[in-house]
Design a protein. Structure first.
Length: 223
């Protein structure tokens, strides 16, 4: 699953505390030991604090790993993601570890995994149907429509008038993921998920395959 879990983390926190305005604007401290790899926002912090609003923005728009871990801390740990996914009807999605260990991707290891079918159902539930509430749906759409990590992945396979709210992920064994929702004006809304991997631990992350797969998805719905 890699960083796709961050959608579930933000959605779950919005479901639980979305209307507590003071909570979302209150700084929460973290330490240098909490800062892990691929954390462009948290690593640049001079105050060593982030509000939940900042955590959500950093996790979804910049895939900040420290922000993802801090969100998990607020929720009570990785198991809460598994429980939330099950509540949304996703039976083969689970989170067991935190960043960056959750990106290990060992072949045959069921920890920290999902399926394309589960993730499509999750994106539909959260971003289209509003199963975590309308506030969560609106906030997720706003953040994910402004995602900055998809320029060489799904967004590279799109042209106007498509709009995409998505989340990317990457890990060992060449894992590259992208999942979200596509809009094309008043036409059918498309929930999509592309998961890729190899059996070689050192394989490069190939973003082009995500862009190519997105083009194929779009072509199927363009007729």
């Amino acid at each position: 699953m890699c960083s796709l879990f961050k959608v579930l983390a933000v959605a779950n926190l919005l479901r639980l505390r979305g209307y507590e305005d003071q909570y979302w604007s209150t700084p929460i401290s973290f330490t240098a030991a909490d800062v892990v790899v691929n954390s462009p926002v948290a690593a640049a912090s001079t105050s060593m604090t982030m509000t939940p609003n900042q955590m959500a923005d950093a996790a979804l728009r910049f895939s900040d790993n420290t922000a993802g871990n801090l969100l998990l801390r607020e929720l009570g740990g990785p198991a809460t993601i598994t429980q939330f996914a099950q509540a949304l009807g996703a039976r083969r999605t689970r989170l067991d570890r935190i960043e960056p260990e959750l990106n290990e991707g060992l072949p045959g290891d069921v920890r920290d995994t999902t399926t394309a079918e589960d993730m499509v159902a999750i994106m539909e539930a959260l971003l289209i149907d509003g199963d975590a509430g309308q506030l969560a749906r609106s906030r997720l759409q706003d953040l994910m429509l402004r995602n900055t990590t998809s320029g060489t992945r799904a967004r590279a396979g799109l042209s106007e008038p498509f709009e995409l709210a998505d989340k990317t992920g990457a890990g060992n064994y060449g894992i590259v993921n992208d999942a979200g929702v596509l809009w094309q004006g008043q036409r059918q809304t498309i929930a999509m998920c592309i998961l890729t991997r190899t059996e070689v631990a050192s394989a490069p992350n190939n973003n082009d395959v995500i862009a190519d797969a997105t083009r194929l998805i779009v072509s199927e719905f363009a007729v």
